[in-house]
Design a protein. Sequence first.
Length: 169
Amino acid sequence: MTSNSTPPGLTRFNALEEHAAFAALHEACASTAWAKRLLAARPYATADDLYEASDAAMAELTAADLQEAMAGHPPIGRPKPGDPTSAREQRGMAGASEELRAEMLELNLAYQDRFGHVFLICATGRTGEQMRDAVKERIGNSPEQEREIVRTELGKINRIRLARLVEED
């Protein structure tokens, strides 16, 4: 394989010292177990290898690992101040009406009361209305159903964030 076929960001990621690579992964996903699994499998030949390792690590996360991962995500409609990642991912709420924002806040709180964690959805490319409809639909789920949906949504978010990491020059 020639170096030309490996994205520049992936080459850089593979070459990072362990603590720096861990920090980059931890920024993508707050789960320590997930980050350690991905670190252990370096170097990656292709971005797809990295994404597949991410998916495999997500599949093995315990309930506690998922809690840790979710703790790194702000509520929908309230991106962390000064955090360009959550602001970019939640862009669909940026132009939302005050009414929709208030409704999302109420729904987020109800969801958090029911499940004990933030409502998590891969918000990239979704409108505020789509996110509101999703929380309304999912609030009726059992905790077990919701944990698996959250696992899937986290996996999608991680892939998007990893793609940004490996595709950056």
